[in-house]
Ligand binder design. Structure first.
Ligand code: CJB
Length: 825
């Protein structure tokens, strides 16, 4: 009998009345549970399956819509996605929260009670991965035909435990239970080859290359739906998982090489075992190199397969596909696409290069020299011999062009080469990404300028047209609508709900800064959010804080350039002041809250955590200061924690050394939720200042030029220490082991590094930071003014929606327009 597709295609639309039936169906027939045996996890699973059905309907329809449109596709390649929990986000984006609540009422089930049962998806380290997640949300919401590609790490970013004040890493077993949001697509499995050698042969006198790899791994795709907000669009995030092919395995098996077969299998499958928990240092990590190629190879094959459904003329490729590289991590794609076009599709080199260059865009996210990827040539020789040949040939052609433009200048050839010769021969991945892309962008205005003027001036001079800026943004769906529902509701009540998809509408709130009633409601919401945070702090750390304290927050990866150290030194200074002057009559309590993970091999970052925790212990238990300061370090920072902390924050600490933070996106989340920023003139802080107005943000410290001058001059931190009594007191107290009685000397490396080098200019900015905090405290006393400023911050954050960022990428780089269903369909 033939299937009747007209009937099968009929959509099962979500109806309030049928939700309870769906839920019971899943609980019983998927979970095998009833009222006696169902756990809270079973209820969560049944709820998630129920909502998933409705997502799948829209997912299928979106695919049909995109296929019919024949539009150019956007392929976003990122090694990291920090998605966070998806259950509530999906319900909210579907616009189904009310239906869901009401539809399940008769069962007495409130979906919001079950959100903690979802294992968080944390396949990223920090800003870069979270940005990719915000971009997915915006691309879906803007009807852009985009696919995200990534890796399905079995273990995401480690769980951070604290043991005796030290960070301890535990594996993140996020796949231990079912992952309801993924679907295995076994039919799109692809092979990925490694190693071996390259043979040369000739056809009609033309030299050809045949890569004979030594082993093969399979890439299995798992698709996750990306639900657009209120537009019935569901895009796809495709994550690759590595598996060793069975035939390959069996061959060795039959020849009696049991151990070899098994160890090859383990080797192959370790490829996607774990996310590298350090985003800044690259040295010697061969597995990471292989992970990158595995990712790239799977994704490019998939992109090719999709392209070939549309056209067989590869010259059309750039008209049908644009591939955005999220940092250099996937930049081997450029050599891989060349290899496919030249070796497999037999296109002439120049034609292949033209196609390749037109198809890629590259986003740079950092100028920290240690984070600019360079892979040893020997890694290429061992694992990707053909790609190495291709890179060498690209380099040869490229340097020829450079030399024609700069006759006799050998130094420029050395600087621009794709190959670094000393001390070890390495491939400079950023150089490959720049020459192989049509667009090179930074992530804030200042960062893009630094990139052009200081980091890549030679490339900028050669290809000025490629360089552009795309200031980062955040999705208002997760970071306001979902994280701060009460504030979102108040805003909607006053200005309507258009802000959710057009954040510039928030401007309309400006007039409410002078409205007493509005300010009262705004303050009340902040207080409620603080109460929730205070509870969480007590549960997570045992520290009791007052609900109406000033919450001063620094949450982000722990890194010296982000200067958590300056923050905690300042806290120690305040503590000394309190002890010395005991003048704290009606001062409000100040809670200094920290959270963030340190890369497991980053000694200094780990010692900074230890210092914060030790200082916290002393201060929180010192009765002399009458609880006027509390210091809190919440372990295991993650997206869901940020969602609780940010809406409760008064003061947002964005205090990186000027020139070091490419953009920052936490800064945007806080300001959008009505926190006032204390910040340096770095990254997107500058643009936030320009938007909210100088009087509504607290900036301090050396700017980029001043830092540069200090670095080039002879900066003497020891002199600052001897001359500045505030700094001296704090450092002396640490060195006296006041915070490390039982582990004397443990903070010596921190003090030493500050006194002898102070690479990140903590001492140089200390006074300015201190004075800025004094100003903040004064201003906080005037609650009316403070709230006014907070409201103006919210009202003026429109620019920082990731919808704006993505619209710019789509218009300027990708040249892709939204795909919308034809009216009446
Ligand atoms: N960033 O999170 C990372 N990892 C890297 O390896 C390099 C940069 C961050 O990317 C964010 C998104 O663009 C930026 O906001 C942030 O400043 C940068 O440090």
């Amino acid at each position: 009998m033939k299937a009747n597709w007209d009937n099968i295609d009929a959509q099962i639309t979500m109806q309030k009345e049928s939700l309870a039936n769906f839920f019971v169906h899943y609980l019983k027939f998927f979970g095998g549970k009833d009222r006696y045996s169902a756990s809270e996890l079973d209820v969560y699973n049944a709820l998630a399956y129920t909502i998933r059905d409705h997502i799948i309907e829209k997912w299928l329809a979106t695919k049909v819509l995109y296929n019919k449109s024949h539009s150019k596709r956007i392929y976003y390649l990122s090694m990291e996605y920090l998605l966070g929990r998806l259950f509530s986000n999906n319900i909210i984006n579907l616009g189904a929260d009310k239906e869901f609540r009401e539809g399940l009422k008769k069962l007495g089930v409130d979906w919001e009670d079950y959100t903690p049962w979802e294992r968080e998806s944390a396949l990223g380290n920090g800003g870069l991965g979270r940005l990719a997640a915000c971009f997915l949300d915006s691309m879906a919401t803007l009807n852009l035909p985009a696919i995200g590609y990534g890796l399905r790490y079995e273990y995401g970013i480690f769980r951070q435990d604290i043991c005796q004040g030290y960070q301890v890493e535990e594996p993140d077993e996020w796949l231990k239970f079912d992952n309801i949001w993924e679907m295995k697509r076994i039919e799109h499995t692809v092979p990925v080859h490694f190693g071996g050698e390259v043979e040369t042969y000739h056809i009609d006198g033309v030299e050809k290359f045949n890569w004979c790899p030594s082993y093969t791994v399979l890439g299995i795709p798992y698709d996750m739906p990306v639900v657009g907000y209120g537009n019935n669009i569901v895009n796809t995030l495709r994550l690759w998982s590595a598996k060793v092919s069975e035939e390959f395995d069996l061959q060795d098996f039959n020849q009696g090489n049991y151990i070899d077969a098994v160890s090859e299998k383990v080797e192959g499958e370790t490829l996607t075992k774990v996310l590298y928990p350090d985003d800044r240092t690259e040295s010697g990590r061969e597995l990471r190199f292989r992970q990158q190629y595995f990712f790239v190879c799977c994704s490019i094959q998939d992109i090719m397969r999709k392209f070939l459904k549309e056209s067989s003329d590869f010259r059309d490729f750039p008209k049908k596909a644009v591939i955005q590289l999220n940092d250099t991590h996937p930049s081997i794609s450029i050599a891989e696409l060349m290899r496919i076009l030249v070796d497999e599709k037999h296109l002439p080199w120049d034609v292949a290069w033209d196609i390749t260059r037109k198809s890629f865009g590259y986003t740079n996210h950092t100028i920290l020299p240690e984070a600019l990827e360079k892979w040893p040539v020997e890694f290429f020789q061992r694992h990707l011999p053909r790609h190495l040949q291709i890179i060498y040939k690209l380099n040869q052609h490229f340097l020829q062009e450079v030399s024609v433009q700069n006759p006799g200048d050998n130094d420029i050839l050395r600087r621009m080469s794709l190959v670094e010769e000393y001390p070890q021969k390495k491939i400079r991945m950023a150089h490959l990404a720049i020459i192989g892309s049509t667009s090179v962008n930074g992530v804030s205005e200042i960062h893009s300028e630094i990139l052009k003027e200081q980091v890549m001036p030679d490339f900028y001079n050669s290809f000025p047209h490629k360089f552009n800026n795309k200031t980062n943004g955040i999705t208002p769906r997760r970071w306001l609508l979902q994280a701060n529902p009460s504030l979102a509701k108040l805003i909607t009540e006053k200005i309507g709900k258009e802000w959710i998809t057009d954040l510039s509408q928030l401007k309309k709130l400006e007039k409410y800064a002078d409205d007493k009633d509005f300010r009262k409601r705004f303050d009340k919401i902040k207080l409620e959010n603080k109460k929730k945070l205070a509870k969480l702090i007590e549960i997570e750390t045992g520290v009791v804080v007052e609900d109406d304290a000033i919450f001063d927050v620094q949450i982000k990866r722990i890194h010296e350039y982000k200067r958590q150290l300056m923050n905690i030194l300042h806290v120690i200074h305040l503590y000394c002041e309190l002890r010395d002057h005991k003048n704290f009559k009606d001062a409000p309590q100040r809670v200094f809250l920290f959270a963030g993970k340190a890369a497991p091999g980053y000694y200094m970052a780990k010692m900074i955590i230890k210092l914060i925790l030790n200082v916290a212990k002393v201060i929180n238990n010192d009765e002399l200061i009458k609880d006027k300061i509390k210091v809190v370090f919440i372990p295991n920072y993650k997206v869901s924690l940020a969602e609780t902390i940010i809406p409760a924050t008064d003061i947002s600490e964005q205090i990186s050394t000027a020139g070091k933070e490419a953009s920052g996106t936490g800064n945007m989340k806080f300001a959008l939720n009505g926190a006032l920023t204390i910040g340096t003139l770095d990254g997107a802080n500058i643009e936030i200042m320009n938007e909210v107005g100088k009087e509504n943000i607290f900036t301090f410290g050396l700017d980029i030029d001043e830092i540069k001058a200090k670095r080039e001059g002879n900066y003497e931190p020891y002199q600052l220490y001897s001359e500045n009594p505030n700094i001296k007191k704090v450092i002396d107290l640490i060195q006296s082991n006041f915070f490390s009685l039982h582990e004397p000397g443990i903070f010596e490396p921190i003090c030493n590094s500050l006194l002898t080098q102070d690479q990140y200019f903590v001492f140089a900015d200390f006074n300015a930071y201190m004075e800025c905090h004094e100003k903040i405290l004064q201003e906080y006393k005037n609650q009316k003014q403070w709230t006014k400023k907070a409201i103006l911050n919210v009202a003026r954050m429109g620019k920082f929606s990731s919808d704006r960022t993505i619209n710019e990428y789509a218009a300027d780089i990708w040249k892709v327009s939204p795909v919308k269903p034809k009216k009446g369909k």
